[in-house]
Design a protein around this ligand. Structure first.
Ligand SMILES: C=C(O[C@@H]1C=C(C(=O)O)C=C[C@H]1O)C(=O)O
Length: 444
């Protein structure tokens, strides 16, 4: 008989440990389901949209053959079909519970080497996220600034002295919105999302670990991420970092969850006014229509792969520290050997939350009316395991950070009845998630 395998105690990580261990170049992802920190590159998946699924499967198979327990692929994929992607099968993956949750005890998470998410973390899709309270549509979201846990110092604690350039200028954006509304009036296009960006330049290099930590502290229930997206020829490393409220899709075993958002109001930060805004959002036909486009597409795509699809008839309102959104949580089930979380995410992308309806006219309108390339913004970011489990979010409330520059993106969905100035204001409110974390809210 072979000698018994040596028993080694496994390190148990807390969410705070993983966040503290993040370094630029790592991949970090956290949500109400738990968090993951990935380091090192076993395989870099170099593939375009047409052969990505095959390349990912091959890389995961290789890792399995090399003895990795349950290897994962992590990273980000850009918005356009021909956009860059940054996907790797990492050398080391560490898992922990959700940020702000208890430090899990007992043996660690789901398996050798590459492990798996903690078994005791919430079900996929962040059920622990602020949901509706029956009979009370107001969901306060996290407190803004918890004095007991003030979080790390400002990203530029000495004051970065940001300079801010909106791209395009606000009046060019509103003109684009008017032209998009004209296309909608002419017929053929029903919804399109137009985005703009803010380019912030600091006097010194932006600290990505501190930016990420501030985002997680500001909203532990968000899907927070930091992914290295440095491309060949970039003079300095580039990191995609953000806190998305929008679950594109998750899979855990047979259970599939998607949580499309669309239809928004800025958070006022004053309870009575927020009550009014939430009621206004729920009652707005324009916002309901904008939301329904996304729900219909997500349900149609998931319906191709899933049984037991459940699509609530009515949206709820969810809150982030900056925004209120109409939200619909859709669930379904896949059979054994069904599509992986990444395959589902790629089938869903781009949803009308970031592109439009019908898809091709919306893509064409974006290409014509947005002067700036979106890059990774409005693509997808997350992780997928060899067993098919995983979680991918829509890449919003994010910035691409390189050296002293942080490029922020935000968009707004346009349908018949949209108002250009209100859409501009909506994008300004969406920038707040990142501006606050960069201590730049007053500058922009
Ligand atoms: C496009 C963004 O957000 C998306 C658009 C929304 C809307 O138009 O109401 C709401 C949530 C997101 O699905 C963004 O944050 O940049």
């Amino acid at each position: 008989m072979p000698p018994p395998a040596p028993v080694r105690s496994r390190t148990v990580h807390g969410a705070a440990d993983l966040l503290a261990a993040y370094l630029p170049g790592s991949f970090y992802y956290s949500s109400a389901r738990g968090c993951l920190l990935a380091d090192g590159v076993r395989t870099r998946v170099r593939a375009d949209a047409a052969n990505r699924a095959e390349a990912v499967a091959e890389a995961l198979d290789e890792a399995l053959l090399a003895g990795a327990g349950n290897p994962v692929v992590v990273g980000a994929i850009g918005f356009r079909p021909d956009a860059a992607s940054s996907l790797v099968v990492p050398e080391v993956v560490r898992w922990a519970g959700a940020p702000g949750g208890p430090v899990p005890d007992g043996p660690a998470f789901g398996g050798p080497a590459s492990g798996g998410p903690p078994p005791d973390s919430p079900a996929p899709g962040g059920q622990a996220r602020r949901g509706p309270v029956p009979g009370n549509p107001v969901h306060p979201g996290p407190a803004l600034g918890n004095p007991a846990h003030p979080g790390p110092p400002a990203v530029g604690s000495a004051g970065y002295g940001w300079s801010v350039v909106p791209r395009p200028a606000p009046e060019v954006y509103t003109e684009g919105v008017r032209r998009a509304l004209e296309l909608i009036r002419q017929g053929g296009l029903r919804k399109v999302v137009l985005a703009r960006s803010l380019e912030l330049t600091a006097a010194e290099a932006v600290s990505v670990p501190r930016l990420l930590t501030r985002l997680v502290h500001a909203d532990p229930a968000a899907h927070a991420f930091a992914a290295d997206v440095t491309a060949d020829g970039d003079p300095v490393p580039r990191t995609l970092v953000g806190a998305s409220p929008e679950l594109l899709v998750s899979r855990r075993g047979p259970v599939v969850v998607a949580n499309p958002l669309a239809g928004s109001r800025p958070r006022a930060g004053e309870p009575a006014e927020d009550e009014r805004r939430i009621a206004g959002l729920l009652a707005s036909e324009k916002d309901r229509a904008e939301h329904q486009h996304v729900v219909a597409q997500v349900a149609e795509v998931l319906g191709r792969f899933c049984g037991d699809l459940e699509v609530p008839a009515e949206p709820e309102v969810i809150g982030t520290p900056a925004m209120w959104h109409l939200s619909t949580r859709i669930t379904g089930r896949v059979g054994p050997g069904g599509p992986s979380a990444l395959a589902l995410a790629e089938a869903l992308h781009p949803t009308p939350a970031v592109c439009g309806v019908p898809l091709e006219p919306a893509r064409a309108a974006i290409a014509r009316l947005e002067p700036e390339d979106r890059g990774y913004y409005s693509g997808l970011v997350g992780w997928s395991g060899a067993d098919g489990d995983g979680e991918w979010v829509v890449t919003i409330r994010c910035a691409e950070v390189a050296g002293r520059v942080a490029r922020l993106f935000a968009g707004a969905g346009l349908v018949e009845g949209s108002d250009p100035d209100a859409e501009l204001a909506e994008t300004s409110a969406k920038f707040r998630t990142l501006l606050r974390a960069l201590d730049a809210e007053e500058t922009a």
